[in-house]
Design a protein around this ligand. Sequence first.
Ligand SMILES: [Zn+2]
Ligand SMILES: [Zn+2]
Length: 373
Amino acid sequence: MAEQVRAAVRIGPRTTELREYPIPYVPQDAALMRVDVAGICGTDVKMYKTPPTEAPVIMGHENIGTIAQVGRQFADRKGVKEGDLVFVEHYLPCFKCAWCHLGEYRHCEATDWRFNPNAVRYGYTSAERPPHLWGGFAQYMYLPWNAVVHKVPEGVSAELAGIVTPMSNGIEWTLFDCGVGYDSTVLIMGPGQQGLSQTVASKQAGASLIIVTGRARDAARLKVAQALGADHVIDVDNDDGLARIRTITGDKGVDVVLDCTAGGGTAPVLLGIEALKRRGGILLIQGEMATFPDFPIGKLTSKAITVKSARGHSYRACELALAQLASGRFLLEMMTTHTYGLKDADLAIRSVGGEVSDDVIHVSLLPWMAGPA
Ligand SMILES: [Zn+2]
Ligand SMILES: [Zn+2]
């Protein structure tokens, strides 16, 4: 094993530097993971542009890797051994609080950087904090006793497993938060990796109608949405989205709306409220904007809409997502479009942000791939 670990470190807004850290000592209750794939999502784009901390951070919060070294206690507790391919969630919870006891550790204060400056979470924690390796944009990642580890099923490649996070969110939001099931009608706004994962989850759950919207630049992504199960796709730049939805649903509207757009302003939420059925629909939002001027709050009560906020995924959602990947039922390889080496971390994030090309769906950083010099 190498003596030093190479990492791409965010040192300021839109600035990355390659740095090296020592291979950490691995105690009995911990492990070291060789990072095979760090998935990149819209959150990375946001955090890269406006970092929530000035500290240097090894980004990468959607991480797949191989157990390289493991303490005996960690191996016993987690049921893993050296050589196992695993998905490690980004949460590092306390396992003592009420949320943790409920199994809802994603809400644990110990891993909530928004409210707790000392929170630890992969992709968010300062690289100055020993043993430094708190993110997937590095050759190795440190797994302490409280790392949440899932074994990747046989036959699922590391790169395909790289989409387990959006797929987990798809299952969490579609099934658990919005109750999509047999005969549900669903509108998914935004055909990026997140919207496509919601499409797969809705289809698998038995939805009878899936409509996916996108912009003119999303032409390739809307095609993938159709291949993954969307019954109708709408380019809202060139078509009247609401009129189309009304025609498709015979003026009834849909049961559930999932907003998976990025940078769409208030328009998608306003469309979603109109597109929901007469009463009792569910609208899932991501809260991208801090405020919402002239929000039509009266519509929420007149249509009896329930608003849900997207907030990560649970253990069960991750396990179901891995099973979905292993089933081979959907052509999910259509989603894994781009890979980059460690040297190109900056380019990789910018490509997710739409700065490089229009055919990007899911981007993986492969820390051991030699990128162009
Ligand atoms: Zn993410
Ligand atoms: Zn806790």
